[in-house]
Write a protein that binds this ligand. Structure first.
Ligand SMILES: Nc1nc2c(c(=O)[nH]1)N[C@@H](CN(C=O)c1ccc(C(=O)N[C@@H](CCC(=O)O)C(=O)O)cc1)CN2
Ligand SMILES: NCC(=O)N[C@@H]1O[C@H](COP(=O)([O-])[O-])[C@@H](O)[C@H]1O
Length: 206
């Protein structure tokens, strides 16, 4: 697959970037339909930035804190970095800022996220705690298109794990994260190749 046909993608992170690393590794395959052209963080000291640079990926940071409550101004600054890098597809991987409708509608259908639960169950944060407190026997992760409403976007793919007796948050999140690293590259390939497309509030397969 030529770089012309591979979707120029940016991974947005806020932390260590283990999902980012699994996406970068998958994109090394010649037939992978996405090129990881940039890693962008809202925190300049995010551990994942150094790991991306080590992997030879361009990095950038737009610190959200100086923008205070003006989320849109922060997002316009991020959007300019994405425009300059000719990004076609935005991949949220542990990006911990709620995006405004301005940014989400601008990138609708080209903006995906991984969430550590079987959506629509357990939206928001602390999903493993929520799952343990709910006493479910099954948990997992979801890759979805991002819409303005938090964690409400149509699901592209999911992976399930058992909740085992004696599980605490650490044990459960580790079991889910293992699946995240396998699921996200598959889901990104589905979207970047055009096989999975956002159509209104549904995902259609081509
Ligand atoms: N408009 C949307 N924005 C984002 C979505 C989405 O579905 N729609 N997904 C999130 C990712 N995410 C869950 O998967 C998530 C990220 C952040 C938060 C949150 O409450 N953030 C707080 C700040 C927390 C912090 O900085 O540590 C906030 O933004 O005030 C909840 C869920 C990405 N964005
Ligand atoms: N609400 C978004 C959210 O909770 N995302 C979760 O943050 C972690 C980031 O890990 P990573 O930085 O090692 O990829 C992942 O478990 C991801 O599902």
């Amino acid at each position: 697959m030529t770089s012309a046909t591979r979707k120029r993608s940016a991974i947005l992170i806020s932390g260590r970037g283990s999902n980012m690393i699994s996406l970068i590794a998958a994109a090394k395959a010649a037939d992978f339909p996405a090129e990881i052209a940039l890693v962008l963080s809202n925190l300049p000291d995010a551990g994942g930035l150094a790991r991306a640079a080590e992997a030879g990926i361009a990095i950038a940071a737009v610190d959200h804190r100086p923008f205070g409550r003006d989320r849109e101004a922060f997002e316009r600054a991020m959007d300019e970095v994405l425009r300059v890098n000719q990004i076609e597809l935005v991949v949220l991987a542990g990006f911990m800022r709620v995006l405004t409708p301005w940014f989400v509608t601008r990138w609708q259908g080209r903006l995906i996220n991984i969430h550590p639960s079987l959506l629509p169950l357990f939206r928001g944060t602390h999903t493993h705690r929520q799952a343990l407190d709910a006493g479910v026997g099954e948990h997992g992760c979801s890759v979805h298109f991002v819409v303005p409403e938090l964690d409400a976007g149509p699901v592209i793919a999911q992976a399930k794990v058992p909740v085992l007796p004696g599980d605490d948050e650490d044990a459960l999140s580790a079991r889910v994260l293992e699946q995240e690293h396998k699921l996200y590259p598959l889901a990104l390939a589905e979207v970047a190749s055009g096989r999975a497309v956002l159509a209104g509030d549904a995902v259609i397969r081509r």
